[in-house]
Ligand binder design. Structure first.
Ligand SMILES: Nc1ncnc2c1ncn2[C@@H]1O[C@H](COP(=O)(O)OP(=O)(O)OP(=O)(O)O)[C@@H](O)[C@H]1O
Length: 208
């Protein structure tokens, strides 16, 4: 469950950016749409607690993010929020499997090897656990990024342009996987996109 009320933000010297209120139940997939520069990435950063709003509040799973200190917020994010970006960001010197293990440790959880291997298997990466992320194809990297985002069974998954680097086949596959995985852990899935391939298949949409 994710909700936001009265959010606004101002970059130094910039205009006030005001954002629509959101109420996203557990299990919902919603697109965040808007033209370039409208504030999609900024809103995602506010919702994920990566930036502090000038006004307003964000509530994830009953927790108002404004009430958390910096360290508490980092810990809360590790446990409750999964993030996927346009291109995947991994620790390059570590294998795919170790990248997932670190994500579990950062959330204060014990390393769960069977969950890691099961998830990789499910995302068609069963043979790639020992590979370095840089040795994977772009589509495989995006699936590994999905694995890392959901490894801790977050309440909310934020995806910022997750399909813009992918061809049609990989786009369809990645979105289906994301939705299936979000449903499996009953997460809210919020996708920032320009991608017209997604607007036809995901009816819940918020426009900036
Ligand atoms: N770090 C920053 N410092 C100052 N202004 C910024 C910064 N990041 C974004 N902005 C400004 O804030 C506004 C919203 O930017 P944002 O990146 O959130 O838009 P967006 O909708 O995600 O754009 P795009 O689709 O092009 O990625 C823009 O006017 C942008 O110029």
């Amino acid at each position: 469950m994710l909700s936001s009320t009265n959010l606004s933000f101002t970059y130094p010297g910039g205009e006030v950016l005001k954002f629509p209120d959101l109420v996203c139940p557990a299990g919902e997939t919603r697109l965040l749409l808007g033209k370039s520069g409208s504030g999609k990435t900024t809103m995602l950063q506010l919702l994920a607690g990566l930036r502090k709003p000038a006004t307003g509040s964000v509530v994830i799973n009953g927790q108002n993010l404004n009430e958390l200190s910096g360290a508490e917020l980092d810990y809360f994010r590790g446990q409750n929020v999964g993030m996927i970006f346009q291109t995947a960001h991994f620790i390059r010197a570590l294998s795919v499997r170790e990248n997932l293990a670190i994500a579990q440790q950062l959330a204060g959880k014990p390393i769960d090897r069977p969950r890691i291997d099961g998830l990789l298997e499910e995302l068609d990466l069963g043979g790639k656990g020992n590979a370095l992320p840089g040795k994977l194809s772009v589509g495989q990297q995006q699936r590994a990024a999905i694995a890392r985002a959901i490894i801790n069974q977050p309440a909310v998954i934020f995806a910022d342009e997750p399909t813009s680097a992918l061809d049609d086949d990989n786009t369809r596959q990645v979105i289906q996987l994301l939705q299936r995985q979000a449903e499996a852990v009953k997460a809210t899935l919020l996708i920032v996109t320009h991608d017209n391939r997604l607007t036809g298949i995901i009816p819940q949409q918020t426009k900036l």
